[in-house]
Design a binder for this molecule. Structure first.
Ligand code: SAM
Length: 244
């Protein structure tokens, strides 16, 4: 998968060189290119923002540098690759595990990191006419810029790209994969500060362990995410697609 990130703070993206994603880059599973938006400005101050039409506080990112940067980056892709442009934003649709799974199938993602009050809306309009464009929100809160959202999204997407996580089975039972949160996990020692590991996990009975884990997943999801447990119960009550 190829990932391009356009930002005014390229250094913010250096964690993409570390850990699992860094290794995936070394192994050629991911190709990440980070671009400085200011390279597409032509004035002495390398200006990327201006005051908002209609008045109000803050500054808005100008469309010209974004247009030039996106035209160049989108024109530089690998042969035959079709780009999907992602604009992180608190006004976007929620970025979820299901969305991460869908995006992990794409061959080329281009992220445009907004700052200030965001990017002039015409940039979205312009590119949405030419290619798939998604405005995605990390959550219902406001960050200073898109960089942290891109770090979170590329990590969630990148670990689902085949081969990035060594043991693919470890991805299957994780939180949000089937609508429930994961069960609690334990490792050695079996007794720590007087706290025991639940005895069923030491029993060697795989059926009992699986039953206990499912019970804990339901309990934990009901306690922490009542919204998820309701959706999960509804999905379990529905007949499978095609059985209507
Ligand atoms: N004025 C905008 C609004 O109220 O919707 C917020 C702009 S925010 C200060 C600047 C940039 O941070 C956004 O353009 C976006 O790139 C990023 N951002 C902020 N919150 C985000 C979130 N929850 N998810 C994804 N990106 C976010």
């Amino acid at each position: 998968m190829r990932i391009d990130v356009i930002t005014i703070f390229p250094d913010y993206l250096t964690p993409l060189e570390l850990s699992l994603l860094g290794r995936a880059r070394e192994r050629g599973l991911l190709e990440v290119r980070v671009h400085d938006l200011r390279d597409w400005t032509h004035d002495r101050h390398r200006t990327v923002d201006d005051t908002p039409y209609g008045g109000g506080a803050g500054m808005v990112m100008r469309p010209e540098p974004w247009g030039k940067a996106l035209d160049d980056v989108l024109g530089s892709g690998p042969d035959g690759a079709s780009p999907h442009l992602i604009l992180p934003g608190p006004g976007g649709t929620p970025f979820t595990q299901a969305r991460a799974r869908e995006l992990a199938h794409e061959d080329w993602l281009v992220f445009a990191c907004g700052r200030y009050e965001g990017i002039d809306e015409r940039v979205y309009e312009e590119y949405a006419e030419r290619l798939p464009v998604s405005v995605l929100s990390l959550g219902d809160y406001v960050l200073n810029g898109g960089e942290v959202a891109v770090l979170a999204m590329t990590e969630a997407i990148g670990r689902l790209v085949p081969g990035v996580v060594g043991n693919a089975e470890s991805l299957v039972e994780e939180s949000h994969e089937d609508g429930l949160l994961e069960y609690p996990v334990y490792t050695k020692p079996a007794l720590w500060r007087g706290r025991e590991v639940p005895p069923v996990l030491l029993s060697g009975d795989h059926g009992k362990v699986a039953g206990w884990r499912q019970e804990k997943r339901l309990e934990r999801t009901a306690a922490r995410r009542p919204d998820l447990i309701e959706a999960y119960r509804r999905s379990q009550a529905e007949p499978p697609a095609g059985d209507a």
